[in-house]
Design a protein around this ligand. Structure first.
Ligand SMILES: Cc1ncc(COP(=O)(O)O)c(C=O)c1O
Length: 375
């Protein structure tokens, strides 16, 4: 190959140097593709693909990890939220307080369960749902891997959404064990991630567990006997067996995320970025490494042009989404949530990301601020 040719970066070479926002493949490599293949082959050969033994074994392992009596595997995090709320039972249009900056699925699930999402503005200090009035019924989403103060003991805590904070501990207690029922998304970008759509519900209440199990399977309470109006919300065994393998590595994967987050924090401390605030007593789960700057869009563009993936969680608060403009609370002005939506940027963080890759991202952040300071 001539020199001229070798100097032209090929698509493959560019991909090699790119730093994705997230990558699930290193986790699978650590578990070992031969182990994964063996488990998946067992499922394929068994002929039972939905709610089979693979799902039951995963549920047992997940309940043991969480320290709850029950874990109910379902088809997505949204389904976990919806079925959990239906199991509790909302009265018609019952207001359920949620953070305006959480993922839209939370509002969808409350509406599907017959209630009304009632939005509260975001805490400007830690970018989470704040403590709310004690009379409010609360569905607390813990965002980015951190904890919402709304789980304090004075609140009527209906449910936790630990989708982004699975594995985080507050004063040594796992998030998701504060409410009577908790929903967790196992979407491919989450800390415990499936190779497809999946979710899980945790509870100690037998009634809720039984109802969720029935609801995910068309409300069946016995053979072809439908006690509730349910849905198709079950988990596939091919996903469950890989999730079970991942769970065995979960704590070491978490440690790695925390190490990468600590590196980012240390390296970025002299930039104008606002860095995540970790409350005392919290061991975060660092699902996302979210920073804040008024120059968010320009920084995102700078990183993207250098093949560094980054994301925004989320660019539009729920009350400003077109789907909800007809609802009364759509007219609310929630200044902190609105500002947060304009300023947050999620930097790449994933198991297997190298320290050099963190340095590359941080160097580009410094370069970006040097450039704008010179303007
Ligand atoms: C905070 C939060 N809640 C709920 C969900 C919904 O989960 P899923 O996408 O698995 O339905 C997500 C997923 O992105 C999430 O981040």
């Amino acid at each position: 190959m001539s020199n001229t040719q070798s100097n032209i970066p090929t698509a493959a070479a560019q991909t090699e140097h790119a730093i994705p926002m997230f990558s699930p493949t290193k986790e699978l490599e650590r578990i070992g593709y031969s182990n994964i293949q063996r488990e998946m082959e067992k499922v394929l050969k068994s002929g039972t693909y939905i709610s089979g033994p693979g799902v039951v074994v995963f549920e047992e392992a997940a309940a043991e990890y969480m320290g709850t009596k029950y874990a109910i595997a379902v088809s997505s995090g949204t389904m976990a939220l919806e079925l959990g709320l239906k199991a509790i039972g909302l009265s018609p249009k019952e207001p359920v307080t949620i953070n305006a900056n959480t993922f839209v699925a939370v509002a969808e699930a409350i509406i599907a369960a017959g209630g009304t999402p009632d939005l509260v503005d975001t805490d400007p200090n830690n970018w989470q749902m704040p403590k709310v009035a004690t009379s409010n019924i609360v569905l607390a989403s813990h965002l980015y891997g951190n904890a919402s103060a709304a789980i304090n003991s004075n609140t009527k805590l209906l449910m936790e959404d630990a989708s982004q904070s699975f594995g985080a501990r507050l004063n040594e207690r796992l998030l998701g064990t504060f409410a009577p029922i908790t929903a967790v998304s196992l979407y491919p970008t989450k800390n415990l991630s499936a190779n497809g759509d999946a979710g899980i519900i945790f509870t100690n209440e037998e009634d809720y567990a039984q109802k969720c199990k029935a609801l995910r399977n068309h409300g069946q309470s016995g053979y072809q006997m439908h006690q509730y109006c349910g849905t198709t919300g079950r988990m596939d065994d091919l996903l469950a067996v890989v999730l079970k393998l991942k769970l065995a590595h979960f704590d070491s994967f978490l440690q790695e995320r925390r190490h990468l987050a600590a590196l980012y924090t240390q390296k970025l401390k002299d930039t104008p970025l606002q860095l995540p605030v970790i409350e005392s007593g919290l061991e975060p789960a660092t699902n996302l490494f979210v920073v804040r700057t008024a120059h968010r869009d320009a920084l995102k563009q700078h990183l993207t042009e250098r093949q560094i993936g980054c994301g925004i969680h989320y660019p539009t608060p729920i009350h400003q989404m077109p789907a909800y403009t007809s609802l009364p609370w759509a007219q609310k002005h929630l200044p902190e949530a609105e500002l947060l939506a304009q300023e947050t940027l999620s930097l790449p963080i994933w198991v297997g990301m190298t320290e050099e890759q963190v340095s590359t991202v941080c160097n580009e952040v410094y370069r970006f601020f040097d450039t704008i300071n010179r303007l």
